[in-house]
Every structure is written in C-alpha cells, then in structure tokens.
Design a protein. Sequence first.
Length: 82
Amino acid sequence: MTCAIVRRGIHVYLTQNEFNALVSFVYNPGRGWRGVRAAINSGDKRKAARIIEEQVRSKGKVLRGLVRRRHDEAMLLLEGRY
C-alpha cells in the first residue's frame, strides 16, 4: 500500500534509495506527506528532507526513536545511506 501511495503521488524519476526513503516515510507520515510530495515533484529534495525530519511528534511529544527514524529517512533520500 505505501509503495502505491508513493508511485501515485510522485511524478519525477526516483533512484531506488529515494523511493525506499519515501516508502518508509509514508508508512507513518504524520502531516508531512503533502509537503514532501510537493517538494519532491518540484525537484527540491533538500526541502523534502527537512520536512521529513520535522515529523517527530506524537500527541505533541517529540519521540527520540522517531527523531532517529526521520533522520535515517532523510539521509537515505539525500545520500543513499542505509
């Protein structure tokens, strides 16, 4: 399901690591998917990575594990680091 969301929403070429980062993010995006999708489709991957890294709260609290996960997703998107 998350793969389909990325395929339907993204209209530019993605490398495998970029696709993987977005699929991971879409699994639990918070409110950030629209902004990430728009940034990617406009060619601004750095902006997309910033938006991803901002999505670290649950019920108003910053979750340490989510901070790590979002950082990993952003690095995968920008640098291909798994």
